[in-house]
Design a protein around this ligand. Structure first.
Ligand code: MG
Ligand code: MG
Length: 313
């Protein structure tokens, strides 16, 4: 490898993993949505192991169709690209426009926060014990990519700005920041053990509610951020492939589109596009696939960590 090529390689790796994180988010969402709100037992009796992009579910989706987890992340990414940064008002307006366009589903805390923004004009909700849902964590990916190369403190602050538009709770904040930092590390080449020791264990050390290395398998995770993180971390750290991680996550049932989306984001960032099963990629809504790939590259370019990709990519 020439000197020039070896210097370019980390950028190519970073771009590939950023795209894979976005595609993973969307694929996990679409795969999990089929079994959202089903119990592990119900999934077993209907599918054996659920591992195909077949759509359906309580939202009656087309195969490969995504839900709010992906479309909110794309709305957030558009806001970041259009405003040139992480701006609370721009984000709130983007989410409000997203809600007005009648998304296929919407979380209660998101709806409450956006209705508050409409009536007060303030793009941040106050601290609330009711805001520990997973809605801020599920959409954090564009912030993670746009803030690559910034200080950890800067990344954490950016995460909280986007989170507090609808969710303001210490456990939501801690998880959202941790997931963003994990994505950043993974797209820059960190391996599974490094993610475990540098981020997942410290999160559980600081907030013991998140402890995930227990004998109890976290099945049927609710929308509570603690249960989401436990299910995702168990799936991620007890598997060694993109496919294995996602199949494990979504077959736990419960809020399966969201655990699938977050697990897919992390596994994509970790394993790259080559690890994504072709059948899943092919089944993903083509417009979403394109939007995810474009946005990932644009956000990485915005961070200054890699040159804009050639137009043909
Ligand atoms: Mg959803
Ligand atoms: Mg969900």
């Amino acid at each position: 490898m020439s000197g020039a090529a070896s210097r370019l390689a980390p950028h190519a790796l970073l771009q590939d993993r950023a795209v894979a994180a976005y595609l993973g988010l969307a694929i996990g969402d679409a795969l999990g949505a089929t079994v959202e709100f089903m119990s592990t037992r119900e999934i077993e009796s209907e599918y054996g192991v659920h591992e195909r992009m077949v759509g359906g579910g309580w939202l009656k989706l087309k195969p490969g169709q995504v839900t709010d987890d992906t479309t909110m992340a794309l709305a957030l990414g558009e806001s970041i690209l259009n405003s040139g940064g992480i701006d609370a008002r721009s984000i709130a307006e983007a989410f409000d426009a997203w809600m007005r366009a009648k998304p296929v589903d919407i979380g209660n805390t998101v709806r409450r926060g956006l209705l508050a923004f409409r009536s007060t004009g303030v793009p941040a909700v106050p601290l609330s014990e009711h805001d520990a849902g997973n809605g801020a964590a599920m959409r954090v990916l564009p912030v993670a990519l746009a803030t690559l190369g910034q200080s950890e403190q800067g990344v954490r602050e950016a995460c909280r700005i986007q989170a507090h538009v609808t969710h303001h709770h210490p456990l939501s904040d801690a998880a959202t920041e941790c997931l963003a930092l994990m994505v950043q590390a993974a797209v820059q080449g960190a391996d599974l053990a490094q993610l475990l020791h540098r981020y997942a264990y410290p999160l559980a050390g600081e907030h013991p509610a998140f402890v995930f290395r227990t004998k109890q398998r976290r099945s049927n995770p609710s929308g509570y951020i603690v249960e989401t993180v436990q299910a995702v971390f168990q799936a991620l750290f007890d598997s060694d492939s993109f496919r294995g991680c996602l199949v494990d996550a979504v077959n736990r049932g419960g809020d399966a589109d969201t655990t699938g989306a977050i697990a897919g984001m992390l596994a994509g960032a970790l394993y790259g596009t080559a690890a994504i099963p072709g059948a899943w990629l092919k089944a993903l809504d083509p417009a979403i696939r394109l939007a995810c790939a474009r946005q990932a590259l644009a956000l990485v370019a915005m961070s200054g960590m890699a040159e804009p990709a050639p137009a043909k990519v």
